[in-house]
Design a protein around this ligand. Structure first.
Ligand code: SAM
Length: 229
């Protein structure tokens, strides 16, 4: 574990993550997403979305949060969503179509290089993705999040987490013991992360963390982008 920040390194080459989540898309919505529903819904409440705001969800997965976002925004207000996995995006498209929404724009993209202009969004939501991002890439992702948010825009993150930096959880021990090539398939590459400090370091303000000790211990981080920070 990196003692200073209390997080273990992720074993997550991009191509393996994409392949693994293409496979996970077959059952993620049924088996995993329900365990994460409460933190995702609480995060959405904290986002305090308004009907006319420009919203981006990074790592939509099968699209459950996106579907809730679309219930809040005005039907003519386009909501953007990106994910690394084409199969997850197919799932999300199907879910959104079945719910009768036509104002979602979904595309394949890596959170490290978002296909949007600077200062485009009022709100950026991202759930259960930073927990599979390698330590050095976290600052790259957060910089991208800050770049695409308008000044004063809101960032809302949900991550697999743990109570504090000095704990090495059983999951982290297993993560470190498994053969590297199995980690994306058996654990989705996800390990507990603590994003409050990295988010502050990335220049966000009003950073707050809520820890949720549930089946899937999670944290919700809320923050504001200030482009001049
Ligand atoms: C654990 S799932 C969470 C899905 C969804 N956010 C949710 O909470 O239900 C992680 C998702 O992040 C996506 N992902 C992983 N790395 C990514 C990256 N660098 N950029 C964009 N999406 C990524 C995966 O394809 C997968 O859909």
């Amino acid at each position: 574990m990196n003692g200073k920040i209390g997080m273990i390194e992720a074993i997550a080459p991009t191509a393996s993550v994409r392949r693994a989540y293409n496979l996970h898309s077959l059952y993620y919505g049924t088996l995993v997403a329900p365990l994460e529903r409460r933190p995702r819904m609480l995060a959405l409440e904290k986002a305090c979305l308004r009907a006319d705001e420009r919203v981006l969800e990074v790592a939509t997965g099968p699209g459950f949060t996106l579907r809730e976002i679309l219930k809040i925004v005005h039907p003519t207000n386009v909501v953007d969503g990106v994910d690394l996995s084409p199969r997850m995006l197919e799932r999300a498209r199907r879910l959104i179509r079945a719910a009768g929404h036509t104002n979602a724009r979904l595309q394949e993209a890596d959170a490290r290089q978002l296909p949007f202009e600077d200062a485009t969004f009022d709100v950026l939501l991202n759930s259960y993705m930073l927990d599979l991002i390698p330590l050095d890439d976290m600052s790259v992702v957060l910089k991208e999040f800050r770049r695409v948010l308008k000044s004063g825009g809101r960032l809302v993150l949900v991550n697999m987490s743990k109570p504090s930096a000095d704990v090495l959880t059983p999951l982290e021990r297993v993560y470190n013991l498994l053969p590297k090539r199995w980690v994306p398939y058996l654990l989705g590459s996800c390990r507990p992360v603590l994003m409050e400090v990295p988010v502050r370091q990335a220049g966000f303000s009003d950073v707050q963390r809520q820890y949720l000790p549930q089946i899937m211990p999670s944290e919700i981080i809320t923050a504001r982008a200030s482009q001049d920070a």
